[in-house]
Design a protein around this ligand. Structure first.
Ligand code: NAD
Length: 667
């Protein structure tokens, strides 16, 4: 029987939910998870998950074994990684915002009036025996002042409507709402700067997004009027609390009223009131209670439970947050994975090969080995029969992870393991070296790390201009003779280099970069391979994530992520590539009902001469669209339209040359 798991709740009991869930024939389990690990430990095998504050991030989503729906108690879904859920075909639902919009608007007005009229200060003082109007001095008349609202969504409109009778002039800033619409509501549309500098009372009611996180920092607070009062009835992290404490203590602004703190206490198990804001007299704080009334809380509980039941019963939810392409979820009816052949390898290669660069744990912001192993298993279980790695991916770490995954999974003889060598580690750097001695020693080490006694395809990673190609080719021919490697390939080689190489050793494959944004190989390497019966394994089908459709202007790359220096991800080109992805996504959806990711991979597979497209995935969910890529083709007209889109959007193209490792240093 399907189980619905309540990850956390603060209602005292779950009887409302139980009634709905058990009546529908499902079982209920409930917990008080305060971390994603607790969600994983207790909810991994649930069919549906309800959450109030517990974070359901990509880690939990990837760990779920059968989850089909995540229902949020409330409207905001900032605690759920919706993209990760979509990739795994999990429906996310919320409550339409009118479940509590009256309550929040009432609360915002209450906080505003309480702060402006110094209600809490008067109350505290009178209880201590101070009976004087001066306690609250100065208090300014509301009439004629400016009340600014950040956002003009449902709640903000309710606030505007309630505020007007007090005689204030209402301003709002919302980049996504038509100015005319605001004017029709008697509200003046203003820029963010005008809002900040001109408001006497500023109510924050925008959702928490990467754009609004810490929007109220020192720089913003310094631009406000010294008499201004800031009210936050949205989410705590829109305000940088340390900056606000400073602003209030030093008089940059006069007061604040907050329904949440930056640390979001409701999401913590052992919260203590250590936030310095709680020591200041000119701050009012309520415990994220704006949404609460007896009516609203009952309603949101019913909505969440009913949405989960609806999805698990095969019905459409009333309030979906994401679009789940159910057809893309693995199913017995999904089209079979296509295959290609590689010379000297008996096993047919799936035309999608698993790329494992990120599994090396370096250059892509870090990875978790257990997740990598599960990703490899998921790929194999979905029919991927080729895994591509290299010593360079984490100085052998990626190979070790593959070795472990294959040992745990079994079926080594049904997998084509392709790895690469010819790059030598010196300190923390990699330098080209494909001398005979280097190739021999690297093959031995790769065999050990991969826990195997043969490598299906061994490739020279980059041409080494200091060593004759013939020397490298002879070394690999000898290793092939010895049975250590079955087929020989090269990567990033020119035609001239391949011509020389294959006079000495049989060349089974070449590995050039190829994707919608990096098409050079179609002019040289790929046609040559086609004419000479050399298989191609192309890399970078998703152009380092750009073509997933999940990267936009706000995406930030952390740590040693190589995209921090990739010219495609830097101004001025980044905006052009993002614009191209948007247009391509629109085209894919309208023309084929597909995602941009599926279009991008299909485009690579449909190029004559491409045998296998490598797809770099770091968690099982990222492979969900695999079936969406199989079993269809782009027609000639579509290929032309795609070229037009690229020409119109990318004016200043750049290739992947920045990735090339240096040659060896010579004294
Ligand atoms: N404190 C509480 O108890 C409580 C309860 C409900 C909602 N909220 C918060 O209030 C927020 C708004 O709720 P709603 O029902 O009005 O949502 P809504 O979706 O109706 O409106 C949100 C508005 O914000 C605008 N917006 C988005 N990004 C913006 C930006 N960078 N600058 C300015 N405006 C921006 C959107 O265009 C939209 O008009 C929620 O996301 C939630 O964080 C808090």
């Amino acid at each position: 029987m399907a189980t619905i798991f309540i990850a956390d709740y603060d209602f005292g009991d779950v009887e409302i939910e139980r009634e709905i869930i058990e009546r529908a024939g499902f079982t209920l389990s409930a917990a008080q998870c305060k971390s994603e690990d607790e969600v994983i430990a207790l909810g991994r095998d649930a069919d549906g998950v309800l959450t109030q504050y517990a974070r359901i991030g990509a880690k939990a989503i990837d760990a779920f074994t059968r989850c089909r729906v995540i229902a949020r108690y409330g409207t905001g879904v900032d605690i759920v990684d919706v993209d990760a859920a979509t990739r795994r075909g999990i429906q996310v639902t919320n409550a339409p915002n009118d479940w509590c919009s009256d309550e929040v608007a009432d609360h915002a007005i209450t906080l505003w009036l309480a702060a402006a009229r110094k209600i809490c200060a008067y109350d505290r003082a009178t209880r201590l025996g101070e009976w004087h109007w001066k306690t609250g001095q100065p208090i300014w008349r509301l009439r004629g002042r400016v009340l600014g609202i950040l956002s003009f969504g449902a709640i903000a409109r309710g606030i505007a409507e309630r505020a007007r009778p007090f005689g204030v002039e209402v301003w709002a800033h919302d980049p996504f709402v038509d100015e005319l619409e605001m004017r029709q509501c008697g509200v003046r549309p203003v820029s963010f700067d005008e809002l900040v500098a001109g408001s006497d009372y500023l109510i924050i009611q925008a959702p928490l997004t990467s754009q609004t996180h810490h929007l109220f920092n020192r720089a913003t607070l310094r631009r406000m009027k010294p008499t201004a009062i800031l009210i936050n009835t949205a989410r705590g992290p829109l305000v940088e609390d340390a900056a606000l404490s400073e602003a209030l203590a030093e008089g940059w602004i006069a007061g604040a009223a907050l329904d949440d703190l930056e640390e979001e206490p409701a999401k913590q198990r052992d919260w203590r009131p250590n936030n310095p804001l709680l020591q200041l007299p000119n701050v009012i704080v309520t415990p994220h209670a704006a949404y609460y009334s007896e009516e609203s809380i009952g309603l949101v509980r019913r909505i969440a439970a009913e949405e989960a039941v609806r999805v698990l019963s095969g019905r459409a939810p009333h309030s979906p947050v994401n679009e789940v392409a159910r057809a893309t979820v693995s199913s017995p009816t999904a089209p079979a994975v296509e295959h290609a052949s590689i010379p000297d390898i008996a096993l047919p290669a799936s035309r999608i090969g698993l790329g494992t660069w990120a599994m090396g744990g370096m250059q892509w912001g870090g990875t978790d080995d257990d997740v990598s192993v599960r990703t490899i298993h998921a790929a194999l279980d979905q029919g991927v029969s080729l895994i591509d790695t290299a010593f360079a991916y984490g100085f052998g770490h990626s190979e070790e992870v593959i070795g472990r995954a294959l040992a745990e999974h079994g079926g080594r003889d049904r997998v084509i393991v392709a790895t690469k060598g010819g790059l030598e580690r010196i300190g923390d750097g990699l330098f080209r070296n494909s001398s005979r001695g280097q190739m021999f020693s690297e093959v031995e080490q790769s065999l050990r790390r991969l826990r195997t006694d043969y490598i299906d395809l061994y490739q020279v990673h980059w041409p080494d201009y200091a060593i004759p190609y013939e020397e490298t080719a002879q070394a690999l021919a000898d290793l092939q003779q010895a049975g250590k490697i079955r087929a020989i390939g090269v990567s990033n080689y020119s035609i001239e280099a391949m011509e020389r190489f294959r006079r000495i050793a049989p060349l089974a494959s070449a590995q050039p970069p190829l994707n919608l944004f990096e098409q050079q190989a179609l002019q040289d390497v790929i046609p040559w391979c086609r004419a000479n019966e050399v298989a191609t394994l192309t890399y970078g089908a998703l152009c380092r994530g750009l073509l997933t459709g999940l990267i936009d202007e706000n995406t930030r790359f952390e740590g040693d992520d190589l995209r921090k220096t990739d010219p495609k991800f830097l101004a001025p080109r980044f905006a052009q590539y993002i614009a191209a992805v948007r247009r391509l996504a629109e085209f894919a959806r309208e023309r084929y009902g597909k995602s941009v990711l599926a279009l991008a991979v299909r485009w690579v597979l449909d190029q004559p001469g491409v045998s296998v497209a490598l797809w770099g995935a770091r968690n099982p969910g990222e492979l969900t669209p695999l079936n969406e890529v199989m079993g269809w083709h782009l027609d000639q007209k579509a290929l032309i339209e795609i070229d037009d889109i690229l020409r119109e959007t990318v004016h200043d193209p750049v290739g992947p040359e920045f990735m090339a490792p240096p040659e060896r240093l010579h004294a």
